[in-house]
Design a protein around this ligand. Structure first.
Ligand code: TYD
Length: 238
């Protein structure tokens, strides 16, 4: 089979290139799921997972500065230490094309303000490429994928933050992911003031430059999602 290169962010934070046999797209069934009994013992976040869960796609969510990227990396490190193949990717980004889209969508130096629809479609484009190029092949070989942000970010930021219709966003998310839903989502909850304080001096990108009000809408979106999907989304005190 033809080998196609792809990129992911390794648990050491460096971009790693791999090759993957270009097989047919596989539809996931619950029989494909990979049981991880060993991951919860030492790491506090895993206390929220009950015995017998099968986990392949883990996503981390929260407002900027909540600490989710550190938690995602810690989790990936722990799984890798235990010999479980685990990919850590971030959104937007995680593949060569998706990283290019990331630099466009987060760049603060555009001449005109970015339209909300353009912003939504750029995040979706990045995700579509990441899912097809990196996430699906990894799940196909039973690796665990940890994604720093995924579809819930788009509902929270573009839906509740920007006010775009949720029905569109769900459809676009479905198109981008082929219907892939995380097995578990860890939503790191911190007060907005604390998140802003943690981000101080880090140089805000286009989204991070938004107002406090914007982030309170985003947080409302996350909490609405957590209420709607209590089995999947676990709110973690960050
Ligand atoms: P992130 O990588 O978490 O930011 P940082 O590198 O500063 O930790 O996320 C990038 C930004 O993009 C963040 O402000 C959230 C935003 N975002 C959306 O608005 N919609 C989306 O669908 C995604 C994935 C991210």
């Amino acid at each position: 089979p033809e080998l196609v290169p792809y990129y992911y962010e390794g648990s050491n934070g460096k971009r790693v290139m791999r090759t993957e046999a270009n097989g047919p797209r596989m539809i996931r069934s619950s029989g494909d799921r990979y049981l991880l009994p060993s991951i919860r013992s030492h790491f506090p976040l895993w206390n929220t997972i009950t015995e017998g869960d099968s986990i392949m796609l883990i996503t981390f969510e929260g407002i900027d500065g909540c600490g989710k990227s550190s938690q995602a990396k810690l989790t990936a490190d722990r799984l890798n230490d235990q010999g479980i193949e685990c990919l850590l990717v971030r959104e937007p980004g995680g593949s060569e094309l998706s990283e290019q889209i990331r630099s466009v969508v987060l760049n603060t130096h555009h001449e005109a303000p970015m339209s909300h629809a353009a912003e939504l479609l750029l995040f979706a484009a990045s995700r579509a490429q990441l899912v097809e190029e990196v996430i699906e092949p990894a799940l196909r070989r039973n690796a665990v994928v940890i994604c720093d942000r995924f579809t819930d970010s788009t509902i929270a930021y573009q839906g509740y933050g920007r006010g775009l219709p949720l029905a569109y966003i769900r459809t676009i998310n479905d198109l981008a992911t082929g219907g892939l839903v995380p097995d578990i989502t860890l939503l790191i909850d911190v007060p907005i003031e604390l998140a802003i304080r943690r981000r101080k001096g880090m140089g805000d990108d286009r989204m991070e430059s938004e107002s406090r009000l914007f982030f309170s809408h985003v947080m409302q979106g996350y909490m609405a999602l957590a209420q709607k999907h209590p089995d999947r989304i676990h709110v973690i005190d960050g």
